[in-house]
Design a protein around this ligand. Structure first.
Ligand code: CA2
Length: 152
């Protein structure tokens, strides 16, 4: 598999708890379901996926840096780091890969502290409030962006 056919899927803190609590906000699907959905969606376009979830900011940053070597795009749900982390944002902007930011819930309609994203302006694709299915939309739209960059 060539580097041009791989996406990095990043899920931030607490997303390992998906499917265990707060189903009214985050649904019933688990992190494993998310990773399976993203892998299947990407495979339809010939992309493979490397998935990482961590509750530790530095682990996420190291995975993003490593993506420079062999990935052409990043799909990320930064979890709560969305609203706090300049260092995560700097890592994404530093690797200069196209980024899709996904949120299961619609953060624009939740508490005021969730309404700002440090990641938003380094991402080319934004999906929120579509539930877990939003990861599939994000993958499709990111692959369109990558295909557009390759063409032009
Ligand atoms: O809507 C999203 O996808 C979020 O990124 C999820 C984050 C939250 O901090 C963001 O504001 C929006 C939280 C992820 C925690 O997920 C849990 C899932 C089940 C049970 C507990 C936490």
């Amino acid at each position: 598999m060539t580097p041009s056919h791989r996406l990095l899927l990043v899920n931030g803190p607490n997303l390992n708890l998906l499917g265990t609590r707060e189903p009214e906000v985050y649904g019933h699907e688990t992190l494993e379901d998310v990773e399976r959905l993203v892998t299947a969606t990407a495979a339809q376009s010939g992309f493979e996926v490397r998935a990482v979830q961590s509750n530790h900011e530095g682990v996420l940053i190291d995975a993003i840096h490593a993506a420079r070597e062999d990935c052409t795009g990043i799909v990320i749900n930064p979890g709560g780091l969305t609203h706090t982390s300049v260092v995560l944002r700097d890592a994404l902007s530093g690797v200069a890969l196209p980024v899709a930011e996904v949120h299961i819930s619609d953060i624009s309609r939740r508490e005021p502290f969730r309404q700002h994203s440090y990641v938003a302006d380094v991402a080319l694709v934004h999906v929120m409030g579509e539930g877990v299915q939003g990861y599939a939309s994000a993958v499709e739209r990111l692959i369109d962006v990558i295909a557009g960059q390759a063409d032009g």
